[in-house]
Design a protein around this ligand. Sequence first.
Ligand SMILES: Cc1cc2nc3c(=O)[nH]c(=O)nc-3n(C[C@H](O)[C@H](O)[C@H](O)COP(=O)(O)OP(=O)(O)OC[C@H]3O[C@@H](n4cnc5c(N)ncnc54)[C@H](O)[C@@H]3O)c2cc1C
Length: 486
Amino acid sequence: MSRTAINILWFKRDLRLEDHAALRAAVGQGLPILAIYLKEPTQWQQPQHTPRQWQFVWDSIEALNNALGKTAIHAIEAEAIDFFTAAHSAFDIKGIYSHEEIGIQWTFDRDKALKKWFREQRITWHEYPTFGIARGLKNRQHWLKNWYTEIHAPITPTPVTAFKDLTLACPFPHWSAKASELPTNYFQRGGIHRGHKVLQSFLEERITQYARSISKPRESRRGCSRISPHLAWGTISVRQVFQHSRDFNVPGSKRNLKAFQDRLRWQSHFMQKFESEVAYEHIPINRAFIPVDASKKMDPVAFEAWKEGYTGVPLVDACMRCLKHTGYLNFRMRAMVVSFYSQYLWLPFKPGADYLAGCFTDFEPGIHYPQFQMQSGYTGVNTIRIYNPIKQSQDHDPRGIFIKEWIPELIDIPEEFIHEPWNIPPMQWAMEGWQTGKYPREPIVDLQKARKHASDVLYATKKSKNSRIESVRILERHTNPGRREV
Ligand SMILES: Cc1cc2nc3c(=O)[nH]c(=O)nc-3n(C[C@H](O)[C@H](O)[C@H](O)COP(=O)(O)OP(=O)(O)OC[C@H]3O[C@@H](n4cnc5c(N)ncnc54)[C@H](O)[C@@H]3O)c2cc1C
């Protein structure tokens, strides 16, 4: 019996209908389409991937099917190679359509193996660039100009009805929600409708608070756009977000709008770095820092204290607990908890980076790993920043409201001591009868000594000949000529 000729549309981090080049191209072929999302067991066992992210993905698939009025996109739990082998024997696959994935090493290796298998089976895999990211780029000569051209280019409408009509029922078993795989805590939820709503409410109203709240752990939760998980999992494209913001009559000063649009460009800028050098996931990008990272010893007790919010430094702990429970932190607090992990606790970068990745609902490998390295002081081309967690606390949570929200053990501590409770005289502890339970009375590390040690090692390494040679290479490869963004 002859097999039905079909195309396969493989959704990855592009869970939307609009501004979707792979979808448009597949529809253009006019053949029946099997539209899938693969929940690959091995991928979801990687430390970076967690149920909070899967919930976002699952919500997004459901939202697409709701928008289409039928189960057009099938979530299938299978390793990619197993799925495509089964599909190949059931159908005459004319082509696979997808976006290029800017993923972790695991997805990169999976794609390489699949490419080889598709070639052997004479199946063509049509891959379309993820917005703003070029594959195989050797330098940034024309990158920025191309980015601006593309970001302003009109978005071709998607033939949604034709897509819906072409989609096939799926003969393979679907993923079925298992209670253990969906978290019960509150995390940002996925779906195209939610992405558009979040953006709309930001542009209509919340953007007026943007610059004022961006550094503050509490206020940023409302004052920042909160579009990050939608961009990370592709329920809305960077171009859609940029063009909405460009065409919207944004209230208040234009400064907020510009700051927001700059960050959309940074999103692509960081992802391009990662696409060009996936080593960011594994080793210090400036190779001069490899021995520094290798000299760090994993201290499981300190690692656990950092993860669970028991380091004894209130703002760091509040941030880590908040992140664990909500999947979100603003930029400055992400940078601070990384600085604390890498510079004060002096722990090796990979376990910390992977753990944090799993905490973020918006985990975007292309931003996450380069940022983690930058905040650890490993790039050689950026200013080394060793965040003072006490100063951050005084500046951005002066009354300790965020701290007390996340560390109930400190609820009774007066404002003047909330940033450094270890300064409370023992007599006062005794007289007031304050109880802090298991929460440490002192930081688990001597902050001043740790800071000095990190500063000495990082600056000396940055000045070394090897670091300077590496810096030239990094600048040539990863920076846009004429701009200071590195
Ligand atoms: C160690 C570390 C790890 C990070 N990991 C991630 C990650 O996995 N996923 C992620 O989306 N962001 C990451 N960021 C960047 C940034 O913290 C988040 O993008 C931002 O906090 C998301 O909130 P928002 O959408 O409200 O941001 P907004 O301030 O409203 O910004 C809008 C969008 O611009 C992009 N953006 C904002 N800041 C940056 C930045 N500094 N660099 C690159 N792009 C930026 C994001 O896509 C963001 O959604 C990381 C930052 C650090 C320091």
